[in-house]
Design a protein. Structure first.
Lengths: 561, 561
């Protein structure tokens, strides 16, 4: 005889957050009755892998479904009910009304504790023609199968939305040899990032044949006049005809059920939760893409629809249910995220300059360029790091990276630095792993700390753009060969004095007029600015160098000292 | 007319620490007279790159000498004197006696501030036959050229010392198609690491044809009887004949000059310095491999002969000379280090179990195994992480990693975590960058935090070795197919109940006898232990799993929940 369950735990949603809750709950308590409700046919699938199966990088569909309802039942003794939708919550009666998707049959399921992990749905705005079956979104395995099937017979694909999923889809569709147009309403790809940090990736997409249409929103769809395609009509009046449209313009939390149940929601419809992820009803927890948590740095309300936080939230809920005294409050999320397309990666952790500006918070920032490992060792690839910090205490507020290798490593280091409340001085002193294949005696993270501290200490006055004022002298400190091959873009008058000659030739500059020093990466400009500052010039140095403004892959013979 | 210098700064040693001091000093003060003395012909060369030029991975010798005396003069206005040895320091007179290596001519050089960056020399113990010209050490470009020349005509090479440089040399000599024997006095390779964390690397070396002789010290050398080779005589009586012997058994600080000058030295001959890297003479600073600093975690005296710390120390000295109020004390070093040989990397940061045991400090530890990125995405490679923490407060004390990819990233994250004083709970909650090509929703760093916290909280009792006591029941929770293919090594009696069947079949175990659960990676054993513990069994779980004990590359179909 099985004893009666110690507790009836019902979980709505069987992917990242829901499945994590169930797994941890079972490990903490063998006697609890756990019911996992999932509207779709699949549980606990690898949702971040969907684009890679469409593009064929992941060859076996079964790789995405490591757990099935059957394995979850066997390994975790769960009552897994797929194809089962929760349609109402009777909070006073502590029961959930469920409906079998196939038959429409409804019944009531009692709970002692309820966990809501409904996730978020791709946005599908009510535009003209939006219901055309060739306009697809990507959330689950069925969506994936649908896109893969339509892609198999499509020649032209329009991806709408150049965020993380849009970029992954564009890359994978190029792998399938489709003609791909990527449409983005913002004037940049990867809208969460600051614009300059997206340029290398935009270049990479174009290099691999993706047509980028920026600063142009989708206005509607209509059958094409010329052929069987579907015409995407853009706000600019431009038209793009495609055989498949992938809509990846964001997600909306699936909180209709929660709203009907009277649970507190945030301004954009996310479930509000306390530090132990309890909703406004203490017997109902919530986790994953549908909730609003706290920003890890500022404590502001924020929604972070990512797999990592969802998993950790599920684990926390189970901990709080069965071991409340040993469970720490949810620390909030940094929103660390990364995307790869072809050979380039880009990502962020913490706050961006955009967000800081919008929030009116004080910050300072530098951008540094270097190689991802020792430059003298073969295979060194360019990488750029933008660092943001709090001028009050030097603490790191955020970082963005882009480059051809090593981006994920520095993002993780900086995410860890933010959690450890490290300052720009601490970054300068980090003891990172160095052997030529892996890093450099001064890693780009150290370098960013140096440059940030030099900026704070007034050793250098950074400037972000080339001066428009003709009274400002532009000193190009690069070797003449590099200057000839890669002149400063635009109609800019400059004086080329290579760093090595600057002490002897500083008399060629007018001491009464300000100077901006420039070079390829930003280092030499700093060195030159130091020389001139000590000779009494009013000088600032172009941060990040010319390379980012010319061609992010152009060579930069950089002094390594 | 040039004004007289504001200060005369003399730096002895022109590689990492010395060159960094000079460069930063010049950027902070254009008016100081900086003299850089270097006994050898080269300054500021890439000493960590030497093995890679020998093996041909770095094709151009000039890649290692990005800076030359001429470029340093031009860019930094230094008085660079190569081939110049400092032979005495007259501290009361504040002058250094220098000797031209080529001519033997001596003279005196006055200083206001002196920086000692003499580095460390490879050990060359006074063994019989040690003066044979085929026994070479590797410190500078001349040594490199010598080894490369002898290697060109050698067929058999013995590398003595399986530390970081010994491993890099063994790898590179295999690239040159030499027959390589690697001899190590300790019973393991990579003596700084804990033994289990070196096994994958040892396997990799053997796989690529390196003959490993462990637990056998070098006793002497003699001409071989049979051919023109040189015989290495080992303590065991074993003999190894080689045409080239690379001696890489450690380094000794080059502090003869400092000792003669009466500066305070540590017990192993390192220069003692204060928190601003001043020696016992406040006008003399020291940096690099020759100094003893403080351990970053405990404050214990420690010597860390690595390039990263040397660079940062040089920078600090310049800061303290010219901007003392704005310069932070040297925080100490973690000794983060990494080495690659063929496809495997291994490294450490902070304290090892060995060191903690030797120091009698309290610690706890877990080892976890996983893949370096999402298992469902192609190319996932095994990685193992050993974590050590302080049981008093949960703070991370150290970490070691080994694996086929992603080792450097996690080392850097954990080095950053130590500096941020993060705990095992903080590791569990780190928001790391996840996209399938780069990581996992639960990174191995998160996983280590989970397992550590579960261990601390008593959710699992870890055991490090298979029990010898036949009264203990060994429960193998792997799928039967895996058990048949990879049986538990040794003459061990075990019961195979796959996890999925354990709830139904736990009656097959004797509740009166203790149980150890085992699986491939350690996860399933934990899950099984949780089931049994809640059924009243006295149970512990084998940490790290069987894979590390069988074949670190053997498959492990692991449930990902």
């Amino acid at each position: 005889m099985t004893p009666p369950p110690s507790l009836r735990l019902v979980i709505i949603g069987g992917v990242a957050a829901g499945a994590s809750t169930a797994a941890r709950a079972r490990r903490l308590d063998e006697s609890v009755a756990i019911t996992l409700l999932e509207r779709g046919p699949d549980v606990s699938f690898a949702n971040c892998g969907l684009p890679y199966y469409i593009g064929g990088e992941i060859g076996e569909r079964s790789a995405l479904t490591v757990q099935t309802p059957a394995t979850l039942r066997a390994l975790l003794n769960l009552d897994v009910r797929t194809g089962t939708e929760a349609v109402a919550i009777d909070r006073p009666g502590k029961r959930v009304q469920i409906r079998a998707v196939a038959t429409g049959e409804t019944s009531w399921l009692p709970y002692d504790k309820l966990v809501l992990a409904p996730g978020a749905s791709p946005l599908r705005p009510p535009l003209p023609g939006i219901d055309d079956p060739r306009i697809l979104t990507l959330r689950n395995l069925s969506d994936m199968d649908r896109i893969k099937a339509v892609a198999a017979v499509a020649r032209r694909v329009a991806v709408i939305g150049a965020g993380f999923i849009g970029l992954e889809m564009a890359e994978q569709l190029i792998h399938l040899k489709k003609s791909v147009t990527l449409i983005e309403a913002q004037p940049q790809i990867l809208p969460p990032l600051d614009p300059a940090m997206t340029l290398l990736m935009a270049d990479e997409l174009r290099t691999h044949g993706v047509e980028l249409l920026l600063d142009d929103a989708i206005a509607g769809f209509a059958p094409a006049a010329a052929d069987s395609g579907l015409e995407c009509q853009l706000s600019s009046g431009r038209r793009v005809t495609a055989d498949l449209i992938v809509l990846a313009i964001g997600v909306r939390p699936d909180t209709t059920l929660a709203r009907s149940a009277g649970l507190a929601l945030g301004p954009r419809g996310h479930l509000q939760v306390d530090e132990y992820l309890r909703t406004s009803d203490p017997d109902i927890y919530a986790a994953g893409d549908a909730i609003e948590t706290r920003d890890r740095i500022t404590g502001d309300p924020v929604s972070v629809p990512l797999g990592g936080p969802a998993n950790r939230q599920g684990r926390l809920i189970a901990g709080h249910l069965f071991r409340p005294a040993a469970t720490r409050p949810y620390p909030g999320a940094l929103g660390t995220a990364i995307v790869r397309a072809f050979g380039v990666a880009a990502g962020l952790t913490g706050w961006t300059e955009k967000r800081l500006l919008a929030a009116g918070r004080a910050y300072r920032t530098v951008t540094v360029h270097d190689n991802h490992h020792a430059s003298y060792y073969p295979g060194a690839k360019p990488i750029a790091l933008k660092l943001l910090w709090d001028p009050a205490d030097g603490r790191v507020l955020g970082a963005q990276l882009t480059g051809l290798a090593g981006v994920d490593k520095r993002l993780d280091v900086l995410a860890t630095a933010i959690v450890g409340r490290l300052t720009i001085d601490d970054l300068a002193e980090l003891d990172l792993a160095y052997a030529p294949p892996f890093g450099a005696a001064k890693d780009i993270v150290n370098l960013a700390g140096y440059v940030a501290a030099n900026t704070r200490d007034g050793l250098v006055t950074p400037c972000d753009t080339l001066p428009a004022d003709p009274a400002v002298q532009i000193l190009d400190a690069r070797p003449p060969g590099l200057v000839r091959k890669y002149p400063i873009p635009g109609d800019v008058s400059s004086i080329n004095i290579p760093l090595a000659e600057l002490r002897a030739r500083s008399g060629e500059l007018d001491p009464a007029r300000p100077v901006v020093t420039v070079c390829a990466l930003g280092k030499t400009a700093y060195f030159a600015a130091r020389i001139l500052a000590q000779r009494g010039f009013q000088v600032s140095a172009l941060t990040g160098g010319l390379r980012a403004r010319l061609d992010p892959r152009s060579p930069a013979k950089l002094p390594t000292l």
